[in-house]
Design a protein around this ligand. Structure first.
Ligand code: GLA
Length: 374
């Protein structure tokens, strides 16, 4: 793109991906999650270009595109909608946006359940907030980014990914209550274990439609339980006892979805406690339990993730494992003893290749800080 010839960036922002330690699909049910940002990130460089409304965005590895701030609409090119969605949402809040040029470079594997989409939305919103002094708070940046995902990308996501990308703190996970947005930073010290991610390299294109379907199924469950318990609003308010009392009125699928979420919320709280007590055996077991629920009751896993989790079960060097993120592929998160990481990765790579003919990708992640200007 032409602007690249004379590009003198005045601001650099890095926006991280995230892992979710535990608490999957609980966020849009107003429950608890336990995510943290990781070292892998998207880097944005910005300059004001002096125009009123002309913007140029170039993403390394993709083509660039230009847009007019007064004429924003959805694009047929998927990744452009992350940018357009954020610009649209910010324009609803302020008229201080002006023309800018921006380059984007990512070292976050796409579609791997590490939330490259939230990193993209939050980094852009954060950068524009700084560049044009928009006065948006961090939480507004989180919410703007989440809305961009709803309106322009089409996933009815919860708030976890954007919250983790912006609000994380090095060496901590965030215990976030998605109902009140109150949160607490829990130190995470797994020594002598490490967090090793195994990327299945599959991202089933079912993901968006099935994701939205899960949300609807949960809402259906809530509507049924509400017949007997008028005061409940979301699944967060539903107890296992209430669910049992309404079980006969719902399909087995709806029952399983709701039951998983109720259990998963409890697991998040137990995990927070286990990490605080540094009880790594309990932490590992909770990961396995969570994966079982994700796979059997919430049905958002896939054969590749199930295989990788099952592969770890008889390995004494692995305390626990589960698929992380929205599901249907992406990465599994594994707690592996530091002395055995190399062996473990090698064995998993061989087994995975033999089973699926896919080259596994493995990497360590470190709980890191959120979006920042550098
Ligand atoms: C995706 C969504 C999040 C959350 C997870 C599942 O990453 O963006 O809001 O629902 O899936 O926990």
């Amino acid at each position: 793109m032409q602007f690249l010839e004379n590009f003198v960036p005045e601001l650099t922002v890095s926006s991280p991906g995230r892992i979710n330690f535990i608490g999957e699909h609980t966020d849009y049910n107003m429950g608890y999650v336990l995510p943290t940002a990781i070292g892998n990130k998207i880097t944005f460089k910005f300059q004001k270009n002096g125009s009123k409304q002309q913007c140029n965005v170039y993403s390394v590895g993709y083509k660039g595109f230009s847009l007019d701030l007064k004429n924003i609409s959805k694009s047929a090119t998927e990744w452009e909608n992350y940018v357009l969605g954020v610009l649209h949402e910010i324009s609803q809040l302020t008229d201080k946006l002006r023309g800018f040029d921006c380059t984007i470079e990512s070292d976050l594997p796409l579609g791997s359940g590490l939330s490259s989409s939230a990193a993209m939305e939050c980094g852009l919103a954060y950068g524009l907030n700084e560049l044009f002094d928009l006065g948006l708070s961090k939480i507004t940046i989180v919410q703007v980014s989440q809305r961009a995902e709803h309106t322009y990308v089409g996933t009815q996501c919860g708030i976890m990914d954007q919250f983790a990308s912006v609000m994380s703190k090095e060496d901590h996970v965030i215990l976030l209550d998605c109902q009140s947005l109150t949160h607490r930073y829990i130190p995470i010290d797994l020594h002598p274990y490490k967090i090793i991610m195994l990327n299945t390299k599959v991202s089933h294109n079912l993901a968006t439609s099935e994701y939205n379907k899960r949300k609807q199924e949960c809402e259906e469950g809530v509507a049924i339980v509400k017949r007997k318990n008028n005061n409940i609003i979301t699944l967060r308010d539903v107890t296992q006892t209430m669910l049992e009392q309404s079980k006969s009125e719902m399909t087995e699928t709806i029952y399983n979805r709701c039951s998983f979420i109720i259990d998963e919320n409890q697991r998040v709280l137990k995990m927070a406690k286990a990490l605080e007590n540094k009880d790594l055996t309990i932490a590992g077991n909770l990961l396995y339990e969570a994966h079982h629920g994700i796979s059997v009751y919430y049905e958002v896993s896939c054969p590749e993730s199930d295989f990788l989790v099952a592969f770890t079960k008889d390995k004494p060097e692995v305390l626990g494992a589960r698929q992380t993120g929205g599901g249907f592929g992406g990465c599994t998160l594994n707690i592996v003893h530091q002395n055995d990481v190399e062996n473990f990765v090698q064995e998993a790579t061989v087994a995975y290749k033999a089973k699926f003919d896919i080259d596994l990708e493995a990497f360590e992640v470190l709980p890191s800080g959120g979006t920042k200007a550098s």
